[in-house]
Design a protein around this ligand. Structure first.
Ligand code: NAD
Ligand code: IPM
Ligand code: MN
Length: 354
């Protein structure tokens, strides 16, 4: 038996519903794989904010330190400015545990219709490595002449050689490991943002160490176009933080739905917790309706299993999700079905428990 100590943060909106289903699936496969889930649930969320004036307690980062992983739904509430919710919970966790890799696969599964015409299963099979700690997300800046007609806002982007290098190297290693197209695409905007050439130089240098991997460098605008025009070309994409954020929503929708987009915030050093949360947010437009697709959260659970060394259990979860999609009977509305979040979770839990 192996015990995994997991911090659960369901968060807001559909985060609560999809984490419930994610846990249901993790629980269902535990006996088969000799896993003991040692969960601790934290009610840190916008509701917590309404009560306490902050998203989580002051010592919460210390509280999370001993966990093997954080399993998070989403945060964000229409009544609170988003930078308060996100810089009060999600982003400090990513930063504190130096979760510098954000890993986001986008695969067009059999049975899922892409909004792009003529795409067959697996025509789109890419993974984005998003640098996850730098760029604009360090949130360095300020206001001058605050709230006056002369107001100035400065939002600085930060790039370090070390930060670029570790994300880019991870991408090349992943391309090698995948053994698919042996291709890494780098995305920047260094025609306009001249100091971003640090990223391009680092990319070029590291590429030389991987002679068998083909490379492409794209500007973010053209990359967005190519993700729509010819998504088949992509294998591994490596991008600075904000661009990685943008292209992963495109990756999600061209492969069918935000409701399938799994994601992991990883620090490969397992002495600190990594955090597993899907690409999507709290989706206020469908919250409380019981129709959110829990598959993104469930597949995020599979990424967590892999990170914890439970490869066979992870493969089981992936196969169960694929099976349900291919069957096409129990699906949420985003995938053209009429089933509930709970029904999809139940069905996947049933398959993995066999
Ligand atoms: P969103 O990802 O929540 O929703 C975008 C669209 O995708 C919506 O139409 C939504 O209904 C749909 N969608 C998302 N997840 C779905 C699912 N599982 N099943 C079916 N449909 C799904 O993005 P948004 O609307 O821009 O953001 C809403 C809130 O979430 C904001 O407060 C934002 O800041 C926050 N947010 C949080 C996270 C996070 O905590 N990791 C990530 C993104 C956005
Ligand atoms: C994501 C989200 C977050 C991000 C927001 C909510 C801060 O959009 O995980 O993609 O930009 O990283
Ligand atoms: Mn995003």
């Amino acid at each position: 038996m192996t015990t995994h100590k997991i911090a659960i943060i369901k968060g807001d909106g559909i985060g609560v519903d999809v984490v419930n289903e994610g846990m249901k699936v993790l629980d269902a496969l535990a006996p088969k794989y000799g896993i003991i889930w040692d969960y601790t649930e934290f009610d840190w969320s916008s509701d917590y904010y309404f009560e306490h004036g902050k998203m989580m307690p002051d010592d919460s980062l210390e509280t999370l330190e001993p966990f093997n992983a954080v399993f998070l739904g989403a945060v964000g509430h229409p009544a609170i400015q988003d930078n308060i919710t996100l810089d009060g919970l999600l982003l400090p966790i990513r930063r504190r545990f130096d979760q510098y890799i954000c890993l986001r696969p986008s695969v067009l599964y059999p049975g899922v219709e892409s909004p792009l015409t003529g795409k067959k299963p697996y025509d789109i099979d890419l993974v984005v490595i998003r640098e996850n700690t730098e760029g604009e997300y360090l949130n360095i800046g300020g206001f001058a002449y605050h709230q006056s007609p002369d107001e100035v806002a400065v939002q600085t982007a930060v790039y370090t050689r070390k930060g670029c290098e570790r994300a880019i190297r991870y991408a090349f290693d992943l391309a090698q490991k995948r053994g698919k197209k042996n291709h890494v695409t780098s995305i920047t905007k260094s025609n306009a943002l001249g100091y971003m050439t640090l990223w391009d130089r680092t990319f070029a240098e590291i590429a030389e160490e991987y002679s068998e991997i083909e490379t492409t460098s794209l500007l973010i605008d053209a990359a967005c176009m190519d993700l729509v025009r010819k998504p088949e070309m992509f294998d591994v994409i490596v991008a600075p933080n904000l661009f990685g954020d943008i292209v992963t929503d495109i990756g999600a929708i061209i492969t069918g739905s935000m409701g399938l987009a799994c994601s992991a915030n990883i620090n490969p050093d397992t002495s600190v917790p990594s955090m597993f949360e899907p690409t999507h947010g709290s989706a206020p437009d469908i919250a409380g309706q019981g129709i959110a697709n829990p598959m993104a959260q469930i597949l995020t659970g599979s990424m967590m299993l892999r990170h914890l060394g439970e490869e066979a259990a992870a493969a089981d979860v992936d196969a169960a999700v694929l099976q349900l999609i291919e069957q096409g009977e129990i699906l949420t509305p985003d995938l053209g079905g009429s089933s509930t979040t709970e029904a999809v979770g139940d069905a996947i839990a049933e398959i993995v428990s066999r």
